[in-house]
Design a protein around this ligand. Structure first.
Ligand code: GLU
Length: 420
């Protein structure tokens, strides 16, 4: 019983992120009040969305929107559609968005939304109704200068388009800066779709340099074949790495000689499912423990825990997902001298290009793909170096260094505003 409780606490992503925020603020010399402000979102809305289903029945969906801290600027972050969404998870995800904004130095605080639903079991039109219903339900607290949504797990540019359309109808004016990750024709940015994976690729390259690993020929395992995982597999493959393992929610594929990535990308469905087509699969647990050089968890939370952290064989773990490694596992990996590049840095490419998208919407002037990529490259390299160097000088792991950099601007802004 006690063990179960301990495990539940360990897997409580909100509690564990709060504990690192506390250490980061202590190390930076902030008083307890600053932690009291930062440990929870300043605003959290729970909504109930009645939706008419295709068969004529009505279902009530529950959704959330968390706004962690708006001292720096409007809050920003994705909306996830997933059956396991919880209020606590959305809160933690909003804190992580604040940290990402601080790390890549964007004029935002963190926000996050989620709806408890399974889009894999919903029709296109049902998804549209849920997307529009969610925007109607949260419309009072969001907007281009308040809180700006974006894609996340199981949401995409089509869903952003419906949300944008609903918002513009409510406000009665076109408002492209309300949401990012839109289709190009509605004011989206070049490079947004692949931005998270581009950012992860840059972090992998920088981490590999530190570890003396050549990307060409390096063996890579990627857990998750959604937006981040699938683009990443392509980028790694194009860079000459050998992608020996990938997985989706149903299982994994392994080939020590390297998987046929182009074929897999071709066959994956819009939810990133591909392994169902194969008879010889391995489990997600087995995938994480494969012998490889670089491991990228790009799926969901709590995948690397104290149970499997000793069995990880990679020399570098780069977190493309939000919260894939527990704090206990972070310690084990660090003690084993595995270089762990934390989520709040590695996955910040997405929100960085979302920011570029929002800037372009505000200016009404659009950039080329090269401009977007050039700017993303310098932001990611600069952020990686800052965190790596701080970790070395303060003798802390990269996660704590990332939290220290991530909270600093927000804490300063909160102090200047006289909140603490
Ligand atoms: N959902 C993404 C994330 O977790 C992107 C958020 C955004 O672009 O605002 O970082």
């Amino acid at each position: 019983m006690a063990e179960k409780k301990q495990q539940a606490e360990q897997l409580d992503v909100l509690a564990s992120t709060q504990s690192v925020i506390k250490i980061a603020l202590d190390k930076l010399g902030y008083p307890e009040e600053m932690y009291e402000l930062m440990k929870e979102p300043i605003r959290m809305l729970t909504v109930r969305i009645p939706i008419r289903m295709d068969n004529g029945s009505t279902r009530i969906f529950t959704g959330f929107r968390a706004q962690h801290n708006d001292s720096v600027g409007p809050t920003k972050g994705g909306v996830r559609f997933h059956p396991n969404v919880t209020e606590k998870e959305v809160k933690a995800l909003s804190i992580w968005m604040s940290l990402k904004a601080g790390i890549v130095d964007l004029p935002y605080g963190g926000g996050k939304g989620g709806i408890i639903c399974d889009p894999r079991e919903m029709s296109f039109r049902e998804l549209e109704r849920v997307s529009r219903g969610y925007v109607r339900a949260i419309s009072q607290i969001v907007g281009p200068t308040k809180d700006i949504p974006a894609p996340d797990v199981f949401t995409n540019s089509q869903i952003m388009a419906w949300m944008l359309d609903e918002y513009s109808r409510i406000r009665e004016f076109d408002s492209p800066g309300f949401i990012t990750g839109k289709p190009l024709v509605l004011g989206g940015s070049h490079g947004r779709e692949s931005a998270t994976a581009k950012g992860v690729t840059i972090c992998i390259r920088e981490a590999a340099k530190k570890k003396g690993i050549d990307i060409e020929g390096a063996r890579v395992v990627i857990q998750g074949f959604g937006n981040a995982g699938s683009f990443l597999a392509k980028f790694m493959h194009d860079a000459g790495a050998i992608v020996i393992g990938i997985s989706d929610a149903y299982g994994g594929l392994h080939d020590p000689e390297g998987l046929d990535i182009d074929y897999l990308l071709d066959r994956r469905d819009s939810f990133g499912t591909v392994t169902k087509l194969f008879r010889e699969t391995i489990s997600n647990e087995e995938l994480l423990e494969l012998d490889c050089d670089i491991l990228v968890p790009a799926a969901i939370e709590n995948q690397i825990t104290e149970k499997n952290a000793y069995s990880i064989k990679a020399s570098i773990v780069v977190e493309a997902a939000n919260g894939p490694t527990t704090m206990e596992a972070t310690k084990i990996l660090t003690d084993r001298e595995i270089l762990l590049v934390p989520d709040v840095l590695a996955s910040a490419g997405g929100v960085t290009v979302s920011y570029f998208e929002w800037v372009q919407n505000n200016q009404g002037y659009y950039w080329t793909e090269e401009e977007v990529e050039g700017k993303l490259e310098s932001v990611m390299v600069g952020s990686f170096d800052n965190i790596y160097n701080l970790a070395k000088t303060r003798k802390v792991d990269m996660r704590l260094a990332a939290y220290m950099i991530g909270v600093r601007k927000m804490a300063e802004a909160s102090r200047f505003r006289g909140w603490v």
